[in-house]
Design a protein around this ligand. Structure first.
Ligand code: PBG
Length: 325
């Protein structure tokens, strides 16, 4: 036998020499929930180990991230009041705007990305304004653009629209540029499927739609060419980073999209992925650390450059300890 693949698996040194996937904690983004109120840190029931922080307590989390080697966060806001048009999404003193100001003032070394969407802020829980029981695409664009500008004004380093309206990247780019924020990049949740994996997040953010579902704007998971179309459209509209979401069951889309666009690719391992691992680990059925490491490596192996995960801290530590690439 001339070809013996096992020859390259003979020792840890050799395996690490020929490893194909290498990772760096700087590519990790930690999604974080901020809420109104004072001096509170609440555990999210469906996401054990994840919390909602009031602005005055978010420093604890940011410090832990820095200590672990995670340097980027994505902020999600939970407002006190919701209304038909999601006014708190673009209010100057809205929850995300205040959280951004706090983070940039006290932790300037952290890169702050904001999720731009309406669903946490609307009384009906949909990702835009309604017209006849459906989300009005073009009316929503104006509010998304306004939200993105207000985040940038608060000091956000990057904005990430997750609403799935057509044309939102172009609308946000134009508004940011007009307001003088030409340097603020847009990470587009371009390839976002209507997924049951978001269940725990909607608990965490109180953002489940009060009627219907999100299938008129998020994508049908039977489709892959449509995902490529979304990615290419957003790239044309000026997206700087293209995201695939969820991650675990959509690795094929990471591979495909990576071939078709020239931007860095991000993948978001969503709340349901986190909750499944947590629950199985709690039962003693899987080894949590090994599972989360394997899930992360799979995402990078598929081609992701950036990884959003609730396990960012744990992963950064594992990377530093050499447990994974
Ligand atoms: C808001 C948004 C959602 C997620 C990120 N941004 C929820 C949704 O689309 O219903 C999901 C994140 C997760 O499940 O971890 N539009």
């Amino acid at each position: 036998m001339v070809k013996r693949p096992r020859r390259l698996r003979g020792s840890e040194n050799l395996r690490r020499m020929v490893r194909e996937t290498r990772m760096d904690p700087h590519s990790l983004i930690y999604p974080m929930f901020v809420m109104e109120g004072q001096d509170k840190k609440e555990e999210i029931p469906s996401m054990e180990g994840q919390y909602r922080y009031t602005v005055d307590r978010m420093g604890e989390c940011l410090q832990e991230l820095l200590d672990a080697g995670v340097t980027s966060v994505m902020l999600f806001g939970i407002p006190k009041v919701k209304d038909e048009v999601g006014s708190q999404a673009y209010a100057e003193d809205g929850i995300v705007q205040r959280a951004v100001r706090y983070a940039k003032e006290h932790f300037p070394q952290i890169y702050v990305i904001t999720d731009v969407c309406m669903c946490e802020y609307t009384s009906h829980g949909h990702c835009g304004v309604l017209c006849d029981h459906d989300v009005d695409n073009d009316e929503t664009l104006k509010l998304l653009a306004k939200t993105a500008v207000s985040h940038a004004q608060a000091g956000a380093d990057m904005v990430a629209p997750s609403d799935m309206m057509d044309g939102r990247v172009a609308a946000i780019r134009e508004a940011l540029d007009e307001a003088g924020f030409q340097k603020i990049p847009i990470m587009s949740y371009a390839v976002k499927y209507a997924s049951a994996f978001y269940g725990p997040f909607r608990d965490a953010a109180g953002s489940a739609p009060s009627f219907g579902d999100r299938k008129t704007y998020q994508m049908d998971y039977h489709n892959s060419r449509e995902g490529v179309k979304e990615a290419m459209l957003d790239e044309e509209e000026g997206a700087d980073i293209i995201m695939v979401k969820p991650a675990m069951s959509y690795l094929d889309m990471i591979v495909k999209v990576k071939e078709m666009v020239d931007t860095p690719i991000a993948a978001y391992s969503v709340s349901g992925e986190y909750a499944m691992v947590k629950a199985a680990a709690k039962m003693g059925w899987v080894d949590e650390e090994r599972i989360l490491g394997e899930m992360a490596v799979a995402v990078y192996r598929a081609g992701a450059d950036v990884y959003l995960t609730y396990y960012a801290k744990e992963l950064a530590r594992m990377m530093k300890e050499g447990k994974i690439g």
